[in-house]
Design a protein around this ligand. Structure first.
Ligand code: MV4
Length: 444
């Protein structure tokens, strides 16, 4: 097994990885910016190396600084967590060149999945259901008009370098296509330095349901069931749960099989996620493949009793998967607790946590790096904690979540806790009646 892993991240996920490494007898190296010098990952890791100032570009995104830290500490692998360099082709390649195992996808896989039009072509060739649309990139606005007529309005144009909704435009009628084309091109050129666009039929009010997969170096892959991530706002997920209230045994089998096909098509090694859009008729379509551990991996862990970080490390080292698929035995929900003010458009609320008490008890899990006296730096994302509950049924999980949210005391900064309490009381949420459009009309 690896002897020492460097964690190229911060916050709760750095702590999460350190915890599993300790349980596996693997030494850990934390890296930190000066803003995080007193953080729990730094305290709990065996070693810690400062990699620069608070601004991410000069620390958590600095490939030379992180590689230098790995070399001076003799780390034999790097865990990138999520965000930052976790899906960075160059970083994966530089790790390879330095003989350090990158616990994530190969540079080729990252490039192949990062370009959405090419990822889609790969999936079509592998027989994974995809949304009807243009074959590859659109060459001109005239071609876009022709395609849209064939696809039938409404259509959506997407940036091939995109993700997270940037460079995406919904077009309802031909008169609006040219303006959408121009602005999508401009936005994606500015955001990604790549203005390639492709087109799809626009699926109205879909659900976002993703399948967790695992693959090994010997050509085997399995799935670990789904997560419903439809409760999101401006492409930021707020709540995730598994199983999806919209799932059926038949649909899970079909989506699981499609996700395995997707994993095998790219010879995926490690843990990953295949994202699908699911329409109201339960048709499902490949959307994206994520080659990293995700924020919401926790709920999958709770319903199948499985440490996904441990699995990720074992697969990176060359172990085999067990070969069977995993079906949820319980119901789990995660609420993302962000330092944001939900009554003011979720605006960030950094600062010092003056008082802190976290909930506990049966079926309650907190993944967080914060504590009383902790100062939330303004430089990074605003997620400060993940509150996860697990129970036998969805109704029990919701009741438990309400109970746990009610015990959660965080003073000094605004948080999304009041929003989550309101959501847990919403009749449509309780009925499992929600799509990605839910937050457009939810009145907080
Ligand atoms: C779509 C769609 C409807 N139809 N594609 C949003 C981010 C990007 N990864 C893909 N997205 C969407 N693609 C077609 N053909 C609706 C969305 C979408 C969405 C998807 C998942 C979760 C939340 C969403 C919110 C708005 C739009």
């Amino acid at each position: 097994m690896f002897k020492k892993i460097l964690i190229a991240n911060r916050g709760e996920i750095a702590l999460r990885v350190i915890r599993t490494c300790k349980e596996m007898g693997i030494k850990t190296v934390a890296v930190y910016s000066t803003a995080d010098k007193d953080s729990l990952p730094v305290r709990f890791a065996d070693e810690a190396v400062c990699i620069g100032p608070p601004v991410s570009k000069l620390s958590y995104l600095s490939i030379p600084n992180i590689i230098a830290a790995a070399e001076i500490t003799n780390a034999d692998a790097i865990h990138p967590g999520y965000g930052f360099l976790s899906e960075n082709e160059k970083f994966s390649k530089v790790c390879q060149e330095h003989g350090i195992k990158f616990i994530g996808a190969t540079p080729e896989q990252i490039a192949g999945m990062g370009d959405k039009a090419s990822a889609k072509a790969t999936m079509i060739a592998a027989g994974v259901p995809c949304i009807p649309g243009s074959e590859g990139l659109l060459e001109s606005v005239e071609q876009a008009k022709k395609e849209a007529k064939k696809i039938v309005y409404p259509v959506i144009m997407k940036a091939t370098a995109g993700g997270g909704g940037k460079g995406m435009r919904i077009v309802w009628k031909e008169e609006d296509l040219e303006a959408a084309w121009d602005s999508a091109k401009q936005e994606s050129a500015a955001a990604f330095g790549n203005d390639g666009l492709y087109m799809e039929k626009y699926i109205e009010e879909p659900r976002h349901i993703e399948i967790q997969i695992a693959g090994d170096q010997y050509g085997q892959a399995c799935h670990l069931s789904e997560r419903d991530c439809s409760i999101q706002r401006r492409h930021q997920k707020l709540v995730e749960e598994t199983p999806s209230p919209f799932m059926t045994d038949e649909l899970r089998e079909k989506m699981g099989e499609a996700a395995i096909k997707a994993a095998l098509a790219v010879k995926y090694e490690g843990v990953g996620t295949v994202e699908f859009l699911v329409d109201k008729h339960r048709n499902f379509y490949f959307m994206e493949m994520n080659t990293r551990i995700q924020v919401e991996h926790t709920i999958t862990e709770e319903v199948i009793s499985f440490d996904l970080i441990k699995e990720q490390i074992k697969l990176a080292f060359g172990e085999k998967i067990s070969g069977k698929n995993y079906i949820p035995q319980m119901h789990a929900i995660q609420c993302r607790i962000n330092a944001e003010d939900p009554s003011h458009d979720f605006r960030p609320s950094p600062g010092r946590i003056t008082d802190y008490h976290c909930p506990g008890g049966h079926g309650v899990r907190i993944d967080s790096h914060v504590h009383a006296g902790y100062v939330i730096p303004p430089n990074y994302d605003s997620m400060i904690s993940k509150l996860i509950v697990v129970a036998r049924t969805r109704d029990e999980a919701i009741l438990k979540m309400k109970r746990a949210l009610g015990e959660y005391i965080i003073e000094g900064v605004k948080t999304t806790i009041p929003f989550h309490i309101k959501l847990m009381e919403d009749p449509n949420f309780n009925a499992g009646n929600f799509t990605t459009a839910f937050m457009d009309t939810f009145e907080y």
